[in-house]
Design a protein around this ligand. Structure first.
Ligand code: ZN
Ligand code: ZN
Length: 367
């Protein structure tokens, strides 16, 4: 029998005060604040929130690749994120290495498989159609399916070169053949954003939907494109994917005003934007959405319930007795902070989220 830990006097995002007992890697009990009993008690004095462990649907966790690479634990549990989803850093050539390397990490790692066999070894991975090898992709899915949550296609000019919409048509075909949804990165055209939107189906994910580029899903007046509204109607999901170049306050303000909320908030984090910004970490990205006027519950759902539902792993988005214990402990501090977006624009905010600790697969770690 392992030692039990009581996380005492923590708050949920619906403002309930509870104690959580962790034992044998699981959530052993959830009781009203002050009633928990166990071997080790950590008292958070009603000052700290608890949520299920944060899920980041768009990261780059293959350290070998430059510029889009990083170490799983640096962008994972150390920043309060207990599950990361690598967004197509590797294709069929190297996915096995990505999985193998991340077995040693504490952080839980899942992956989108890049439709280009070379992944982000080169950052114009869809400019040569011969790299979209369907046979190799299907073989990889058959072998590593339990780790793969979808297929990744980066559909912007610098990635597809002269191939326009062709790589996305191929991606659609691979998706139909494997039954895996697509995560599609959007950015500068060609292809035109409407050509991209029209090919997306239920459960596909658009990442970088708040980018500030010309080929955006919002028109110059800040209105959502009719093709975007139709895609949402079909069940297409919207993901933030902040990154170096893909989050604009102006676009995010358009989206808020037009009532086009995110399904998931993700960072698109890797070494450079973690160390130098504008991403830094998940708490920093989430704080920007508090600034934009979303409620704490809406923001936290964007990294817990919503991505968990999309992943069809509801246990990743709830705090429930019997589940493997993955939890994030954080505060919302009244603190004047200047946030910067990917366009270099700044906003002055008065709240900042800070991670205080995590429980990763049953192990409590103070951050
Ligand atoms: Zn991208
Ligand atoms: Zn990315």
């Amino acid at each position: 029998m392992s030692q039990s830990v009581i996380l005492q006097n923590v708050k949920t995002t619906d403002e309930r005060s509870i104690d959580i007992k962790i034992e044998n890697h699981r959530i052993a009990d959830i009781v009203p604040a002050g009633q928990g009993q166990g071997d080790k008690v950590v008292d958070f004095e009603h000052k700290v929130y608890v949520s299920s462990g944060w899920v980041d649907l768009h990261v780059h966790a293959f350290p070998e690749f430059e510029p889009y690479g990083d170490e799983a634990d640096e962008i994972g549990y150390k920043t309060g994120v207990t599950t990361i989803v690598d967004a197509g850093s590797t294709g069929a050539d190297r996915l096995a290495d990505l999985i193998d390397m991340n077995q040693k990490a504490k952080t839980n790692v899942l992956a989108f498989l890049n439709i280009s066999r070379i992944g982000l070894q080169r950052i114009d991975e869809l400019s040569d159609l011969s790299l979209l090898d369907g046979e190799k992709l299907k073989k990889c899915v058959a072998e590593f399916g339990e780790h793969i949550v979808g297929l990744k296609a980066r559909i912007s000019k610098s990635v597809v070169g002269g191939n326009g919409i062709q790589p996305l048509k191929k991606a659609r075909q691979f998706s139909n053949e494997t039954g895996l949804p697509l995560m599609v990165h959007i950015g500068s055209g060609p292809p035109h954003i409407n050509e991209v939107l029209d090919l997306l189906e239920e459960n596909d994910v658009i990442t970088h939907y708040l980018n500030g580029k010309a080929n955006s899903v919002f028109d110059e007046n800040g209105e959502p494109l009719p093709e975007l509204l139709e895609a949402i109607q079909r069940g297409v999901q919207l993901d933030v994917g902040h990154g170096n170049a893909s989050f604009s306050f102006v676009t995010a303000e358009f989206a808020k005003k037009a009532g086009i909320p995110f399904n998931s908030i993700s960072t698109d984090i890797y070494r450079k934007n973690r160390l130098n910004g504008p991403v830094f970490n998940m708490a920093n990205v989430l704080s920007k959405f508090l600034y934009l006027g979303y409620s704490l519950k809406e923001v936290i759902d964007g990294v817990t319930r919503n991505p968990a539902k999309w992943l069809k792993r509801p246990e990743l988005g709830r705090i429930a007795k019997g589940d493997t214990a993955n939890l994030t402990l954080f505060t919302v501090e009244e603190k004047e902070t200047v946030f910067r977006d990917s366009e270099g624009e700044e906003r002055k905010a008065d709240q900042l989220m800070m991670v205080k600790g995590v429980v990763i697969n049953g192990e409590y770690i103070e951050c």
